[in-house]
Design a protein around this ligand. Sequence first.
Ligand SMILES: *Cc1c(COP(=O)(O)O)cnc(C)c1O
Length: 378
Amino acid sequence: MQFRDLKHQYQVLKEDIDKAMSEVVADCNFISGKQVKDLEKSLADYVGVKHCVACANGTDALSLAMMVWRIGPGDAVFVPDFTFFSTGEIVAYAGAVPVFVDVDLDTYNISADSLERKIREIQEEGKLIPRAVIPVDLFGLPADYEKIQKIARQYNLRILEDGAQGFGGRIGDQMACSFGDISTTSFFPAKPLGCYGDGGAVFTDDDDTADLLRSVSVHGKGTMKYDNVRIGLNSRLDTLQAAVLSVKLKAFREYELDDVNKAAEKYTALLGDIVKTPVIPQGFYSSWAQYTIQLGSKEERDGLQARLKESGIPTMIYYPKPMHKQQAFEDQRFVDDDYRNTIQLCNTVLALPLHPYLTDTESEKVTGEIRNYLKEKR
Ligand SMILES: *Cc1c(COP(=O)(O)O)cnc(C)c1O
């Protein structure tokens, strides 16, 4: 059994993907080909924002926002404690301080109450200027933007939506990657919409921000590549990746997103009575980057993972370590007491195999093994 079955997906889409890739190779338009422009337009339309700027990966996408907003030394940026390393890394890389915020035990996303408490702490300390918050749409579920937007307005913070895992999710009719002043996503192969290497994109409704993003992503270009008006990056999406993504986006829209939701619903129906299954709040829709359950303790989680491995069922622990405990951030002082939920989650979460091509037989095998193990142990 595969954790995320990219080989199966390729077999289904092979003809179209091979054709799209061959065209790029035949034309040799490897950098900034027409396919990139076309993809940016399709992505912007799908998400419902005015501008999409494709770039080299999801980490650069976040960094581009830091650069456009000139966030740097003396600035504080609020980041969930339970996320992939990039979300905090790019803040420190910009020279600013990532201030970690605890998350909600039901949704795994940034807690609005903890966010407000941390903003107040930073204000009272008076050393750093609160500039932005980076809510993450963790495991595919959009963060609680209604509450976050209210806090951001009150404290004059910009919102950078890290939609690396969130592409395809929504709240009501509003799509993920449209909730931030700037929003980003990643096309790393295992993300909800993945390419065949690294890739990413930045979204915004603001015309000036979009111009700046285009400039910063190509060496701070002015009127052209050899007129450089600011310091930037070399962060473009390869034409080959855009070609692959155009085929995959079609499948994603037509059936993959529906199918992965059906597979997730099946897990919840078969497991909801014995483990804590993901909570999708009313009106929210997830793109299911991960299906993550919570066990009763670290021992139970680790024991279950070992048993599933013996039965040929791959699982993952996203994430084993809170951001505030990462050695890379050890120059800052954080107290564990502020991050009780994140610490609990790191000890008890387990992500199960999930993708649009997961069969009922497979998910029944997974849930059957989980039920057997827990019945034995409890
Ligand atoms: C994957 C991921 C990123 C980084 O994306 P890359 O394309 O791997 O650079 C950033 N944030 C989150 C939450 C992610 O899951």
